[in-house]
Design a binder for this molecule. Sequence first.
Ligand code: MN
Length: 277
Amino acid sequence: MSDRHITRRVRGSDTADGAGVKLKRIIGQPALDMLDPFLLLDEFRSDQAGDYIAGFPEHPHRGFETVTYMLAGHMQHQDNHGNRGDLSAGSVQWMTAGRGILHSEMPQQEHGLMWGFQLWVNLPAKDKMTAPRYQDIAPGRIPVVHPAEGVEVKVIAGELAGATGPVEGIATAPVYLDVSLQAGAELSLDLPAGHHGFAYVFEGDSALVGGERLQRSELGVLSEGDRLRLAAGDTPSRLLLVAGRPLRESVARYGPFVMNTQAEIHQAIADFRAGRF
Ligand code: MN
């Protein structure tokens, strides 16, 4: 067994996307362009309606997966194939865009806190033009385990303490855990060797990740290894722990299209303009 540690720290940069939703972009910005197979990580958090009310009106995606994890608030998702789904607090939507969809993600509230994450996960070349697929996961389907005293983990993808997350059939074999640590709590967990991974503290002041302190709103890129130690300090904390098998393929990226070559990007733009999504 070898312990993972933090090799790099990144703070999100403030930006806006969609029709003007304010958010923190943590992966997919100059300080961390990508972390194969992860292309983007956004945290949106505001109780000011003006920061989120315009939502994400219809826009395309091709060649990768978008994963939305709602902590608070309510959005509705709708696409051009007739799919509609509620993104309510505690739910997860794992959308495999594949060859292409047009969708919108719009707030269903005019007041209160809207808080969550969107992660983009790349698809291998052989799957980029697959049929679109949705895994809409209600909060009750996400196992909650207590692998150590004072530790509670929601297992969204991957395995922990005998529980398996409900997200299935994903090419990069992801691990996606929401880890809550009470003050003084500790946890040592296995992570698949060879997976690239990161931890992101989103509640509390800080947490110890691989023995090093990670502040709130800080992402730590993890080293190689097959085990990770987590601990809270004197106060509780909560973090995302995400890992996936790297694809090690070329990445050609243009906004909401992520392919392997520039020619495929040009094809995606042409197909989008011709209404072939
Ligand atoms: Mn989208």
